[in-house]
Ligand binder design. Structure first.
Ligand SMILES: [Zn+2]
Length: 147
């Protein structure tokens, strides 16, 4: 049992607390940092799980990246990829949906790709989701090189 961030050994209690709250193994210090982020930005815990899974797979995403107007759940800024975790679709209102669409349009104009990942995909298909995101990042890298 080691912290996913700093690789320090975790006590049983720290491990338990972090797994119960966030679903990832973090030491006291790193859990506190993530707790603060969640409180400040209302970060979905799926974004945190996806963030650490991507890091474990060798990628370098950014958590709660500020794009100049709003915080993006996860971002690969080098390839201009933004990832947002979607809440349950039953809770989605028309207004939110149209806002999302407009945001997507604006970000495309700036050369950004926005991926909306349903939270249940992180819960149920984390490994596959990570592989597909890595594939998209690779694809965008070659596109950046061509341009
Ligand atoms: Zn740590």
């Amino acid at each position: 049992m080691t912290c996913l961030d700093c690789k320090s050994e975790l006590s049983y209690v720290d491990h338990r607390e972090s797994m119960d709250a966030l679903g990832v193994e973090l030491c006291k210090k790193h859990k506190r940092r993530i707790d603060r982020l969640v409180r400040k930005n209302n970060t979905p815990i799926e974004a945190i799980q996806l963030y650490y899974s991507l890091k474990q797979a060798g990628a370098s995403p950014m958590l709660e990246w500020w794009d100049g107007q709003k915080f993006i759940d996860l971002a690969f800024s080098r390839v201009k990829l933004n990832i947002e975790i979607d809440c349950e679709y039953e809770k989605l209102t028309e207004i939110q949906a149209i806002n999302d669409l407009q945001q997507a349009m604006l970000s495309v104009k700036d050369g950004f790709t926005t991926l909306r990942i349903p939270h249940m995909l992180v819960n149920q298909q984390l490994h596959k989701t990570v592989l597909d995101i890595l594939g998209i990042v690779e694809g965008l890298k070659t596109k950046v090189k061509i341009i």
